[in-house]
Design a protein around this ligand. Structure first.
Ligand code: HEC
Length: 272
């Protein structure tokens, strides 16, 4: 008897849920939500060839140095890089003396609390300091870039596409969605999640940064180099990780061969 009641209650639940499911699906099919400007005009990041891509990927030190230069001369006016320390840049091939100077010359100084006077004073950065946080009074909130390539889907390609993706708002968009005009103070960029970004185009002309290694400085190249640099900032040990991965796979392969040999040996005289 109790069992029959339990089954009935269960069947009641299933019926109510199926009823709700049916009507919600029916609603979506007969009256689908209207497409938005984002649905139609948002673009997936472009492919970008970087040395760190793929299974065997590693970093191209010279590219990272160029990327650091782009970050320093362009992005660092607005964006912090607070999880990277100056001394981490040894991985980019700089000597201790170069880094000491680089840190000391960095325009935003390190803050220091003086316990005697209670004041916060400034001092030049040292290699063991992290990149100091940047104050940004303009529109929007520039995110810290230390982990941005991890925080966004297809990070390196996204950064590259975003930087090279600024354009005029397409007429077709306004025709179809007259209310979707780019708000004042924002810029149209189809790679940004909502199409309108508060960041003014940071790379506007070729030659904006003068490379020391002779590489031609175009907007595309600057964007690619800074994307590579930010990939490094977010994951400095990627080459080690890839090398370990390969070594482990090699070991497993070797172990498989050994195990197969052992199996052949043990079962040699036994019919099976
Ligand atoms: C004039 C200041 C300024 C400069 C220079 C600048 N940015 Fe930005 N950036 C911003 C602001 C403001 C935002 C926030 C935009 C928003 O949320 O609408 C932003 C956002 C971003 C984002 C995040 C987009 C997202 O998905 O949230 C990335 C990545 C980025 N900037 C990269 C760069 C790089 C790389 C450079 C240097 C080449 C750079 N920015 C130079 C102001 C700046």
């Amino acid at each position: 008897m109790v069992r029959a009641i339990a089954i009935l209650i269960g069947a009641g639940f299933v019926a109510v849920l199926s009823w709700a499911l049916f009507w919600s699906i029916q609603g979506v099919i007969t009256d689908p939500p209207a497409p938005t400007a984002v649905d139609e005009f948002h673009l997936h990041p472009k492919e970008v060839e970087l040395a760190s891509n793929g299974f065997f990927g590693t970093y191209d030190q010279r590219q990272l140095q160029r990327g650091l230069q782009v970050y320093k001369e362009v992005c660092s006016n607005c964006h912090s890089l607070k999880h990277v320390a100056f001394r981490d840049l040894t991985q980019l091939g700089y000597s201790a003396a170069q880094l000491k100077k680089f840190a000391a010359d960095w325009s935003v100084k390190a803050k220091q609390f003086d316990p005697k006077s209670g004041d916060t004073t400034e001092r030049p950065n040292t290699p063991s300091d992290y990149f100091p946080t940047v104050y940004y009074p303009g529109t929007g909130n520039p995110p810290d870039l230390s982990l941005i390539t991890k925080a966004r889907h297809e990070g390196p390609a996204y950064v590259y596409s975003l930087l090279t993706g600024y354009r005029d708002q397409p007429a077709a968009l306004l025709k179809k969605f007259p209310d979707a005009k780019v708000p004042d103070g924002l810029y149209y960029n189809p790679y940004f999640a909502n199409l309108n970004i508060a960041m003014p185009p940071p790379l506007t002309q070729d030659g904006q940064v003068t490379y020391l290694d002779g590489t031609k400085s175009t907007v595309q190249q600057n964007a690619k180099d800074v994307a590579a640099f930010l990939t490094w900032a977010a994951e400095p040990n990627l080459p080690t990780r890839h090398a370990y991965g390969l070594a482990v796979l090699g070991f497993l392969l070797f172990f498989c061969i050994l195990a197969y040999g052992a199996y052949q040996n043990i079962w040699r005289d036994i019919k099976h």
